[in-house]
Write a protein that binds this ligand. Structure first.
Ligand SMILES: Nc1ncnc2c1ncn2[C@@H]1O[C@H](COP(=O)(O)OP(=O)(O)OP(=O)(O)O)[C@@H](O)[C@H]1O
Ligand SMILES: [Mg+2]
Length: 304
C-alpha cells in the first residue's frame, strides 16, 4: 500500500562538512548508495547531507534507515523507508513505510533484518526512487554476525557504491574482502572530527525520545487476538512492544500492550493505529517499553 502524505522533514541540524563530502558530484549519484561504519562515525549525518543535496537537485530520493537501535527516521525496533515526490507547484509528498524488527539490535534477528531491508528496498524501487540512500547500523562485530549482515545487505541491494566511514582502520576486516570481491565500489571517507561518541545512557535516551515522539499521539485500540496471526506465538506481557502488520508484512503501526484479557482473548494496545481494517498480523517484539518514560528493556518472554 503506497500512500503519499504531507512531508515533515527529518530534524535538520547544522553539521560540519568535511572536504571529502564537498567533492561529491550529486549529478552522478544514482541507484542504491550504502553508508557503513562503526557506531558514531557520522553515517546518519552524512546520509542527511546527501539527502539534502539530492533534494536540491530534484532527484526522487529515498532513505532506507536500516538501524533498529539509533533510528533516525522513526521509532526504534523498526526499519523505516521514506521517499519523497515533488511536482511543480505542489507541496512535496512523502511515503513512509516500516518493517518491524522487534529489537534494538540485529543480534538474534539477522534473517528479519535482511528480509526487512529487502521489503523496503523493493517498495522504494516500485515507487520509482532514483536514488536510495541506505543508512546502516554500527554493528560490525565479525564474530557475532556483523560482517555477514553487511555482506548479505550488499549482495541483496547491489549498491552502486558503498561509502565506508572510518576513524582508523576498524572496518578493514570487512573492507579488504569487499574491495577484492569487486561486488561494489568502495569509497573511503574519514569520520568527521565533529562526529561524537555517544555513551550507553545517551543512546538509551535517544531511543526513549524516539518512542515518546512516536507514541505522543497514540490512542487506545482493542484487538481480539483470535482474529489475527500472532508471531512468534501468543505470549503476552504488559508493556511488550508489538507491530500491527498488513498482508505484505509492512508494519502499519507499532503498539505497546497495556491490557490483557485472557478470557475474552482481547488485548488493549497503546498505538497510533486507529482501525484494524488492514491489520493481518500482530508481530510481538523482544522489548518492553515503559509507557511513562518510554525507556525500553528486554522482555522476559523474548527468548522463551
Ligand atoms: N559532520 C558532522 N558535523 C557535526 N556533528 C556531527 C557530524 N557527524 C556526526 N556528528 C555528530 O556526531 C554524533 C554521531 O553522528 P551520527 O548519528 O551521524 O553517527 P552514526 O554513525 O549514524 O551513529 P550510529 O552508529 O549510532 O547510527 C551525532 O551527535 C552527530 O550530530
Ligand atoms: Mg546512525
Amino acid at each position: 500500500m503506497m500512500i503519499f502524505g504531507k512531508v515533515a522533514y527529518p530534524v535538520s541540524k547544522m553539521f560540519e562538512v568535511p572536504p571529502a563530502w564537498k567533492k561529491i558530484d550529486f549529478s552522478e549519484l544514482r541507484g542504491t548508495i550504502s553508508v557503513i561504519g562503526a557506531p558514531d562515525t557520522g553515517k546518519s549525518t552524512f546520509i542527511q547531507y546527501l539527502y539534502q543535496n539530492l533534494r536540491a537537485h530534484n532527484r526522487l530520493t529515498a532513505i532506507l534507515d536500516s538501524d533498529p537501535g539509533q533510528s533516525s527516521l522513526g521509532p526504534p525496533a523498526a526499519l523505516t523507508l521514506i521517499i519523497e515526490k515533488f511536482s511543480s507547484g505542489e507541496e512535496p509528498q512523502r511515503l513512509t513505510l516500516r518493517s518491524f524488527i522487534g529489537s534494538t539490535t540485529p543480534v538474534g534477528h539477522l534473517l528479519n533484518m535482511v528480509v526487512s531491508v529487502s521489503r523496503l528496498a523493493r517498495a522504494a524501487q516500485q515507487a520509482g526512487a532514483e536514488v536510495v540512500l541506505h543508512d546502516t547500523c554500527g554493528f560490525i562485530d565479525v564474530r557475532r554476525g556483523g560482517l555477514a549482515l553487511k555482506l548479505a545487505q550488499i549482495d541483496l541491494l547491489m549498491p552502486n557504491c558503498v561509502y565506508a566511514i572510518q576513524r582508523a582502520d576498524e572496518m578493514e576486516p570487512l573492507l579488504v574482502p569487499l574491495r577484492r570481491s569487486r561486488r561494489t565500489k568502495v569509497i573511503d571517507i574519514q569520520a568527521a572530527p565533529a562526529a561524537r561518541r555517544r555513551s550507553h545512557p545517551v543512546r538509551q535516551a535517544h531511543r526513549a525520545r524516539r518512542f515518546a515522539d512516536y507514541f505522543g499521539k497514540a490512542g487506545v485500540l482493542q484487538i481480539d487476538w483470535n482474529q489475527l496471526a500472532v508471531f512468534p506465538y501468543p505470549g503476552f506481557s504488559l508493556h511488550r512492544l508489538a507491530a500491527l502488520e498488513d498482508d505484505q508484512g509492512f508494519a502499519l503501526n507499532l503498539g505497546i500492550i497495556i491490557g490483557i484479557d485472557q478470557e475474552a482473548r482481547r488485548l488493549t494496545l497503546l498505538t497510533p493505529q486507529q482501525s484494524l481494517k488492514q491489520v493481518r498480523t500482530l508481530h510481538l517484539g523482544d522489548l518492553e517499553v515503559n509507557i511513562k518514560t518510554f525507556q525500553d528493556r528486554l522482555s522476559p518472554l523474548a527468548h522463551a
